[in-house]
Each structure stands twice: as structure tokens, then as C-alpha cells.
Design a protein around this ligand. Structure first.
Ligand SMILES: NC(=O)c1ccc[n+]([C@@H]2O[C@H](COP(=O)([O-])OP(=O)(O)OC[C@H]3O[C@@H](n4cnc5c(N)ncnc54)[C@H](OP(=O)(O)O)[C@@H]3O)[C@@H](O)[C@H]2O)c1
Length: 241
């Protein structure tokens, strides 16, 4: 039991979707979990909720990783697709919010996580939740695509730096989870054809039961968390393993 308490996960976006499913899987595996989000639905003796708005960059920078363990992971999972519209018709406030939550907050949390633990003994892992949308353009998702492309390259750069510093007890991945049955997909399906030319494709995925469940994705992410050395590439996709 004592050994189990030595596994600690900080997970953003723990209140819903993929993040909530991952919290539940990790709690079952004996992790202590700290969930960062605005709301919370999880009540478990090994779970602690840190209420935070990740679009508030001052609050993100002030967050401190107080708890330590022999295995510590940071999962930057919180994200939003934003205003589904072509550039020229997008709400400017949403551009800022998407970039803050999807890109700036993860960068600051990675920076502070490394500052806090890079001289400590133990096993450390950063798992950023990216998207296939960070690899090729999807009309009406420009900011979302850009936010995830930035997260991927940021992660690859950290990977180079870990190699340079010979921090062999550290791992980093940026993982695309596939198309997952969450509130984000519900929002995508509410777009009109005028707002989003591929909306029918996403409606069809749902109709044909082709979405991954959050639980399926959480169990895939668990494989990466349990055996990071089996995933030598920084950029990975749930579709591939
Ligand atoms: N679903 C998909 O098909 C899909 C595909 C590719 C990539 N992804 C990525 O997977 C990740 C999780 O997505 P999901 O589908 O599980 O989304 P979701 O069900 O909509 O959940 C989003 C999570 O992010 C948190 N969040 C959003 N804005 C926040 C803010 N300002 N401050 C703090 N937390 C915030 C939410 O918490 P609160 O509302 O409680 O704050 C919630 O827990 C995202 O990074 C997304 O880009 C999803």
C-alpha cells in the first residue's frame, strides 16, 4: 500500500471526458491524483481537486506542484475547440481563451513542473494531450489546429532538451487521442454547415458508433504512463497502439 502512494498524477481537465476517465483509471491503479479544472465531480480519498481557470495565465503561473512522490506525472489534458468558424468570423476572445488553455497553460505548467522536479530523484513523465488537428488543417478550427501544433513542437523540443541534459529518468509525450465521445464532440456536432463544412462527417461518426469512449482512451494512455520507454517517439497517436 505504501508503494502505491508513491505514484502521483497532476491532471488538467479532470472534471469531464478523457481527463475524468483517466483520473478514474489511475485511482484504480493506486495513484494519488490532483485534478486541475474549474469544476469537479470526483470524490475519492486519493483525489484532490485544485480549482483553477486555465485561461487565467496569472493563476496558472502561480500554481505550485507541492506534492512529490517517487513517480510523478503531469497530464496536460484540458482543452477546448473554441469558436467553430472560419477566420474572419471568429470571436477574438475565444482565440485568446483557446491559446491560453491549450498552449500557454501547458507550457507554463511544463516549465514549472521541470523547475520543481528536475533535480529530484524519481521517475517523471509529461503527457500532453494533443490532436490530429495539430498535424493538418481543418477549416473552421484554425486556432485549435494551431494550438495543438504548438503543443506538439513544444513537446518535441522538451524531448531534445531532456536528451541534452541526460535526464534519463524523464519522459515526455504528446498524444493524439483519436475522436472521442465527449462534450467537445457534442459541441462540434452543433455547428451548422455554414460554420463547419465537415460537420456531417462528425455527425456520421457518432451515428455509426465510431467514436472512442473516454474509458478506452484512458486505458490506452495508461499504457504510455506505465511503460513510457515502449514509446520512443514524442508524438504518438492512440490510433497506432
Ligand atoms: N474529444 C475528442 O474527440 C478529442 C480529439 C482530439 C483531441 N482531444 C483533446 O483531448 C483533451 C480532452 O478533451 P475532451 O474531449 O475530454 O474534452 P471535454 O470533455 O470537453 O473536457 C474538457 C476538460 O477541460 C477542462 N477545461 C476546459 N477549459 C478549462 C479552463 N478554462 N480551465 C480549466 N479547465 C478547463 C474542463 O474542465 P472544467 O470545465 O471543469 O473547467 C474539462 O475537464 C483536449 O485537450 C482535447 O483537445 C479531444
Amino acid at each position: 500500500m505504501a508503494a502505491q502512494q508513491n505514484k502521483l498524477a497532476y491532471i488538467t481537465g479532470s472534471s469531464k471526458g478523457i481527463g475524468k476517465a483517466l483520473v478514474e483509471v489511475l485511482l484504480e491503479k493506486g495513484f494519488q491524483v490532483i485534478g486541475l479544472s474549474r469544476s469537479n465531480e470526483i470524490d475519492h480519498h486519493n483525489f484532490q481537486h485544485a480549482e483553477i481557470d486555465l485561461s487565467n495565465i496569472k493563476a496558472v503561473a502561480a500554481y505550485s506542484f507541492e506534492k512529490q512522490a517517487s513517480q510523478v506525472i503531469l497530464v496536460n489534458n484540458a482543452g477546448l475547440v473554441g469558436d467553430i468558424n472560419p477566420v474572419g468570423a471568429v470571436d477574438n476572445q475565444k482565440i485568446t481563451e483557446v491559446m491560453n488553455v491549450n498552449t500557454i497553460a501547458p507550457q507554463i505548467l511544463c516549465n514549472n513542473f521541470l523547475k520543481r522536479f528536475q533535480n529530484e530523484k524519481g521517475e517523471f513523465h509529461i503527457l500532453n494531450i494533443s490532436s490530429g488537428a495539430g498535424k493538418s488543417p481543418i477549416s473552421s478550427w484554425a486556432t485549435y489546429c494551431a494550438s495543438k501544433a504548438a503543443l506538439d513542437l513544444f513537446s518535441e523540443t522538451i524531448s531534445s532538451e531532456l536528451e541534452w541534459s541526460q535526464l534519463t529518468n524523464w519522459h515526455i509525450h504528446s498524444c493524439a487521442p483519436g475522436v472521442v465521445d465527449t462534450a467537445m464532440q457534442s459541441q462540434i456536432r452543433t455547428a451548422s454547415e455554414a460554420e463547419f463544412n465537415r460537420v456531417q462527417y462528425f455527425k456520421d461518426l457518432k451515428l455509426n458508433n465510431e467514436l472512442y469512449s473516454p474509458e478506452f482512451v484512458a486505458n490506452k494512455l495508461l499504457q504510455v504512463i506505465e511503460n513510457p520507454q515502449n514509446f520512443p517517439e514524442t508524438l504518438i497517436s492512440v490510433r497506432d497502439f
